[in-house]
Design a protein around this ligand. Structure first.
Ligand code: G
Ligand code: G
Ligand code: NA
Ligand code: MN
Length: 255
């Protein structure tokens, strides 16, 4: 398949890079992290979203390579923020189910962190709730717990859509849940949404989990989420994902 070969080459020649979307604390308003989101800058077709190229990578068994490339760029960004004197506590990288089944994952990430001379808490490992829900699999839980034990943060992505049981969340050493944007939409104007988010936040608090709301698009949603006690917000209302070069100025203006 042409597209498959092309996406593999794009990974190797640097056409696939992360863009970064800020995550901010509702308490302080300060940046607490950036999520790295893969973007393919195609020389002819322009920007291609991961929704389009992830399936090709998955089919050809190259998600692992994407993970390596994204982690490398994300850790490079952390070093660059540090060098610029900007406080960015951590960077989030998405890991797919296939990557989380790799028995060498923990060692590989440890090796990369060492190579960049960064402590593990600078990295948030984003895992989909669906992956945790569908996994009595030993390898996945061993990897996630191994990463958590090493000191990496574990973010449970798209929470509320993946049917993970509370016991599985406990089993997986999750540090924070990312409330799916379907619950966040109109949370300031729709009582049903508000009840749902409030219930999720109460659950998280009782379980000792930190919280982040995804897909925050409006000032009203942001204000309501702060009022409800959600720990962090991320979304177009704060900033759209941006290339690394734009992050420096954004942080300076924001913090
Ligand atoms: O940024 P955007 O909305 O286009 O992302 C679309 C989807 O692709 C999201 O579900 C996101 O989690 C996923 N995605 C983005 N970057 C990566 C990545 O580096 N690795 C994996 N596995 N998924 C990613
Ligand atoms: O699956 P994951 O949660 O990692 O996907 C994040 C995706 O959501 C990214 O592709 C990002 O571009 C997109 N996104 C981020 N903020 C917003 C937002 O405020 N609204 C919408 N519709 N999408 C968003
Ligand atoms: Na994510
Ligand atoms: Mn998400």
């Amino acid at each position: 398949h042409v597209f498959m070969d092309e996406v593999a080459m794009a990974l190797e020649n640097g056409q696939i890079q992360p863009w970064f979307q800020p995550q901010i604390s509702t308490d302080t308003g300060l940046v607490t992290g950036f999520e790295a989101l893969a973007r393919w800058q195609h020389p002819k077709r322009g920007m291609i979203s991961p929704a389009e190229f992830l399936p090709a990578l998955e089919q050809s068994g190259q998600l692992e390579r994407l993970g390596e490339v994204m982690l490398f760029h994300a850790l490079t960004a952390v070093r660059a923020w540090d060098a610029a004197g900007l406080a960015v506590p951590h960077v989030g990288v998405n890991f797919a189910g296939d990557e989380l089944r790799n028995p060498k994952l923990v060692d590989k990430i440890r090796w990369d962190l060492d190579r960049f001379n960064l402590p593990p808490e600078r990295l948030s490992v984003e895992v989909l709730e669906t992956v945790v829900a569908s996994s009595p699999e030993d390898m996945i839980s061993r990897n996630i717990n191994g990463l958590a034990k090493m000191g990496c943060r574990i973010d449970l992505d798209d929470f509320g859509t993946g049917h993970a049981s509370i016991s599985s969340i406990r089993r997986f050493a999750v540090e924070r849940i990312k409330i799916d944007r379907s619950f966040v939409m109109k949370v300031d104007r729709d009582p049903d949404q508000q009840r749902m988010v409030a219930a999720i936040l109460t659950m998280a608090e009782r379980l000792g989990l930190d919280t982040l709301a995804e897909g925050v698009e409006t000032v009203g949603e942001h204000a309501m989420l702060s009022q409800l006690g959600c720990g962090h917000v991320q979304g177009f209302g704060i900033a759209r994902p941006m290339p690394f070069d734009k992050t420096i100025e954004w942080i300076i203006q924001h913090n």
